[in-house]
Design a protein around this ligand. Structure first.
Ligand SMILES: C[S@@+](CC[C@H](N)C(=O)[O-])C[C@H]1O[C@@H](n2cnc3c(N)ncnc32)[C@H](O)[C@@H]1O
Length: 502
């Protein structure tokens, strides 16, 4: 029987060159792949292949293509797009000299869904000004995906989180098939280029970025590689620039290279410690609908904004529970208009159910319709004056309108009835913090941390603990953050409050 080849030196070289690793020993998939490559180039041994790899750049590109995971889709983790368009860009626009565009870089851009999503979100917010206000580059080590990104043609799988309205506005169907091509107005704004994050130097054109998207790439790197790459990416940032990682990667990248910040419950990194510009409202960027493209603008190839619509009307024969669950799923996918349409017949009922009304209130708040949200939440409270979700929503609404005392009233009421409702404690902590009542805020953050501790959470933030009562004491509405991020947020808030108290 022949001995299996020792592939460890090849594995070490790949880690050094590309950052990719698969543990101490090559796993079965790497073993098959590397053995095939050794055969393909006609190398007699692992050592001979390594020597070939060291001199043939083409072979390292082939390996990059074969070993990287290119999973991506449009509007993935859309909260980052909202953060960019509604929080970071307005801040950057006030800082930058008028003639200088805001520079955005997507690293590990894969087949282009991320940079094109950024451009679509900017266009939704800034219309045609996007062309002059922003400059976008996108890079990846895998040159094959860059070719596909440049072509801009996508299968239905890429559209799983994109609303029908945006698909309609920014894509054309490729003749006769299920594929769609991105509009040239977006496609031509993205500058794709090869970029290996492990390379000792990055292309000079990338110097001076204001925002770097580095999402779902560092998960494939080990801790020393992450530190190295973050340090290099930091050199690309303008002073005070921002770096955004995938939600699941936040903690792993909080290693002191950049400063962790949070706005509206969304985490990101900043180049230097900055004063918090404004107290982050609990309402998740829901106030004020984004500025839409001017429908009267000269022909750009983009179809004018259209109201979001569900592709097909929900059949009236579906049970209220099914309709509600579908609306909840649409809410989780951030398809708020579709979810509202789904709920409409349930809420128009002469005896609406309390959960339908609270979900409607939540959605209206997301759309920035505060009077509508308030009316729906009050209808819910008329059914049950202690209903947790309705009280939480009224608390958010009051706080968003600067009525701290009103918010505290709703939240205390919620806690009186459900002392273990950690969301109410969290909102209360935020109200106290914003109102300068630091001691009360600290107490509430500690309560949240204690209650979360007891709740035995999974990585994804879903409660699975043995406390059967926990679900009863938490909202049934989608959270804007995972429980893990919430814990981190409370800890960050507490340490800041402790620092100012001390
Ligand atoms: C899972 S995709 C993430 C795509 C996109 N950023 C997103 O969040 O949807 C990871 C991408 O990182 C790229 N990548 C992996 N190692 C890299 C490296 N050393 N330099 C640049 N890109 C790399 C892969 O080729 C792949 O396209």
């Amino acid at each position: 029987m022949t001995q299996p080849m020792n592939l460890q030196s090849i594995q070490a070289f790949i880690k050094e060159q590309l950052g990719l690793h698969c543990g101490e020993q090559p796993n079965a998939q790497w073993r098959v792949l590397l053995t095939n490559r050794i055969a393909s180039v006609g190398a007699a041994s692992a050592e001979a292949y390594l020597a070939h790899l060291r001199t043939d750049e083409h072979e390292i590109h082939t390996l990059a293509s074969l070993l990287t995971i290119n999973e991506t889709y449009f509007y993935r983790e859309a909260q980052h797009l909202k953060l960019l368009t509604e929080r970071l860009c307005p801040e950057l626009l006030t800082r930058k000299p008028p003639a200088q565009p805001i520079r955005i870089l997507s690293v590990g851009c894969s087949t282009g869904e991320e940079p094109y999503s950024i451009l679509m979100a900017l266009r939704e917010r800034y219309g045609e000004l996007t062309d002059t206000l922003f400059d976008l580059h996108a890079g990846d080590v895998d040159q094959a995906v860059l070719e596909r990104a440049r072509a801009g043609i996508y299968s239905p799988f890429s559209f799983r989180a994109l609303s029908p309205a945006l698909i309609e506005r920014y894509f054309d169907t490729v003749e006769g098939g299920s594929l769609r091509r991105i509009d040239d107005v977006i496609r031509q704004r993205a500058n794709f280029l090869p970029l290996n994050l492990l390379a000792p130097e990055y292309p000079a054109v990338l110097q001076g970025q204001d925002v770097v998207f580095f999402r779902n790439v560092s998960i494939y790197f080990d801790a020393p590689t992450r530190a190295l790459v973050l340090t290099r990416l930091k050199t690309l940032l303008n002073p005070g620039g921002f770096l955004i990682v995938g939600t699941a990667e936040t903690l792993a990248n909080d290693i002191g290279v950049l400063t962790l910040r949070e706005l509206d419950g969304v985490f990101f990194f900043a180049d230097a410690p900055r004063e918090q510009a404004a107290p982050p409202p609990l309402i998740r960027s829901s106030v004020g609908a984004p500025a839409r493209c001017n429908p009267d603008r000269p022909a750009t190839g983009i179809k004018p904004s259209q109201p979001l619509a569900r592709p097909a009307k929900a059949p009236v024969t579906e049970s209220p529970d099914t309709l509600y669950q579908e609306a909840l799923a649409l809410t989780r996918a951030e398809r708020f208009d579709d979810a509202l349409e789904q709920l409409a017949p349930l809420c128009a009922n002469s005896t609406p159910r309390i959960q339908d009304l609270t979900l409607q209130a939540h959605l209206l708040l997301e759309r920035g319709d505060t009077p509508g949200a308030s009316a729906a939440a009050k209808r819910a409270l008329a059914i049950d004056p202690w209903y947790l979700d309705a009280l939480l929503l009224l608390g958010r609404l009051a706080q968003g309108q600067g009525d701290g005392a009103g918010a505290i009233g709703h939240l205390r009421r919620a806690i009186y009835h459900r002392p273990q409702a950690w969301q109410a404690h969290f909102q209360l902590a935020e109200c106290y913090r914003e109102g300068g009542q630091s001691e009360l805020a600290r107490r509430e953050y500690r309560v949240v941390l204690h209650q979360l501790e007891q709740q035995h959470t999974t990585e994804s933030g879903r409660a699975v603990g043995p406390n059967a009562h926990s679900a009863e004491h938490s909202s049934s509405l989608p959270l804007p953050y995972s429980l893990r991020d919430l814990r981190l947020l409370c800890e960050t808030r507490l340490s800041r409050l402790d620092a100012t108290a001390g």
